[in-house]
Design a protein around this ligand. Structure first.
Ligand SMILES: Cc1cc2nc3c(=O)[nH]c(=O)nc-3n(C[C@H](O)[C@H](O)[C@H](O)COP(=O)(O)OP(=O)(O)OC[C@H]3O[C@@H](n4cnc5c(N)ncnc54)[C@H](O)[C@@H]3O)c2cc1C
Length: 400
């Protein structure tokens, strides 16, 4: 599957951070992780740190799947607003999943210290704008709900927004606890650190078949190797549906651009993460080297992102949105890219085991918060594997 098109910035900025061999012999281990994106990296890092003998394989270069294309806003707020999520999955699970998002961001912050590379991690406020007047009632409800459950939020009226920003909106929620990161760098640093602790990593080799065997699994790896392991983790991103009976989500295409470094961010309060109540939403962030990233314009087809004409059209739209909001900033587009993007019916990830694959764990962080879901998945899967109780398994289980 073509997961992305165009020129994702992180690949260009970081270059080839590390090189790994392909698998040319047979391997055996306790856990085999398929996928070396941010999800596989986090899972492998956590398992290795717990002393679990782990092997990780990827058919591409490490981090070169969807992770390279991610705009990597780390938000505890998921695409489904809290008050709506409460209606879908109940108060306990909804509120807990939002709190888990906050905890996941704290984990990434801790990792960026542990790894001795900040990986572009920066704490940010989030500004969630009402896209139209008719969204204000819903936005108010969302603010009241989050406030009631103890999330640190402020409500901004149109006049408050105008006094801080060069754009306006009928209302906004300002929230605290979010962040941004360079996902490609974080993935590499996690895998490098885990490799120092014993993780064995192979890239550019595809797992062509996974079968149950002798109380464990046998992975057939192209061209002619095998990995025998007690358990397998599918951290295979948006290419995972082929392994599952349950339809876990819909795949779309989404678009992004990054600017040349800007001289100023006039009219952009605190260089916050900015998004909006419309669906699909337009969103913005900045980078530690003073660029702006704009994204959105999703279309409901998994492979539409391959069309160069469509990328060009979507880039123009993103530029226009940016210019409307920041008339005093001169946005010179540096790179544009696009990619496949998955959404689930409730906005929550699917994490854990499925009846059809008793020896497997799945870590499918579909949704706008793929990275925070990956952090949550790494914790849940590590606990499941070590037989530790984890009450959050229920929230993200299959067949919910
Ligand atoms: C444009 C864009 C913007 C985004 N913005 C955000 C954002 O702001 N915040 C956020 O949290 N998330 C965002 N996401 C989502 C986020 O990028 C993903 O959730 C995340 O990168 C998924 O990571 P992953 O490791 O699960 O998947 P991937 O990075 O795709 O890694 C899966 C890996 O599995 C490998 N693989 C698959 N099958 C096999 C096989 N059979 N054998 C061997 N290897 C295999 C692939 O080669 C791949 O490298 C965005 C996504 C896109 C495209």
């Amino acid at each position: 599957m073509d997961l992305r098109s165009g020129h994702p910035f992180w690949l260009l900025k970081n270059g080839l951070l590390a090189d790994y061999p392909s698998l040319k012999h047979d391997e055996s281990c306790e856990v085999a992780v398929i996928g070396g994106g941010i999800t596989g990296a986090l899972v492998a890092y956590h398992l290795t740190r717990e002393g679990v003998e782990t092997v990780l394989v990827d058919t591409r270069d490490i981090g070169a799947g969807s992770t390279a294309a991610s705009t990597a806003l780390l938000q505890y707020e998921i695409d489904t607003e809290l008050h709506e999520l409460i209606g879908t999955v109940g108060e306990a699970h909804a509120v807990r999943s939002y709190r888990l998002g906050l905890e996941a961001i704290e984990t990434v912050e801790r990792l960026s210290i542990e790894l001795k590379d900040d990986c572009g991690f920066e704490r940010k406020t989030s500004l969630y704008l009402a896209s139209r007047k008719s969204d204000v009632t819903k936005l108010r409800k969302e603010y009241d709900t989050r406030k009631a459950f103890g999330f640190h939020v402020e409500y901004l009226e149109a006049k408050d927004i105008e006094s801080r920003a060069s754009f306006t909106a009928p209302g906004a929620i300002l929230s605290y606890g979010d962040a941004q990161v360079d996902p490609f760098r974080l993935t590499h640093r996690l895998i490098q650190a885990a490799a120092k602790q014993g993780l064995r990593v192979y890239d550019r080799c595809e797992v062509s078949k996974v079968e149950s065997s002798d109380g464990g699994v046998l992975l057939h790896v192209n061209p002619s190797s095998r990995i025998r392991s007690r358990r397998v983790v599918f951290a295979t991103g948006y290419e995972s549906q082929q392994y599952l009976k349950q339809n876990v989500g819909v795949l779309k295409s989404t678009f992004a651009l990054i600017s040349e470094p800007l001289d100023s961010f006039e009219g952009w309060p605190d260089r916050a993460l900015i998004w909006e109540s419309a669906r699909p939403y337009f969103y913005l962030r900045t980078t530690s080297d003073n660029r702006a990233i704009a994204g959105g314009e999703d279309v409901p087809f998994a492979t539409a992102h391959k069309s160069e004409q469509l990328i060009a059209r979507k880039t123009k739209k993103l530029q226009r949105r940016f210019a409307d909001m920041f008339p005093r900033l001169d946005l010179e587009v540096s790179y544009t890219w696009s990619g496949t993007f998955g959404e689930t019916k409730d906005g929550l990830a699917y994490i854990g085991q499925t009846p059809e694959f008793p020896y497997a764990y799945f870590a499918l962080g579909y949704g706008g918060n793929g990275i925070t879901f990956s952090v949550i998945a790494a914790k849940i899967i590590t606990d499941l594997h070590l037989g530790r109780p984890n009450p959050d398994v229920e929230i993200f289980r299959f067949n919910r």
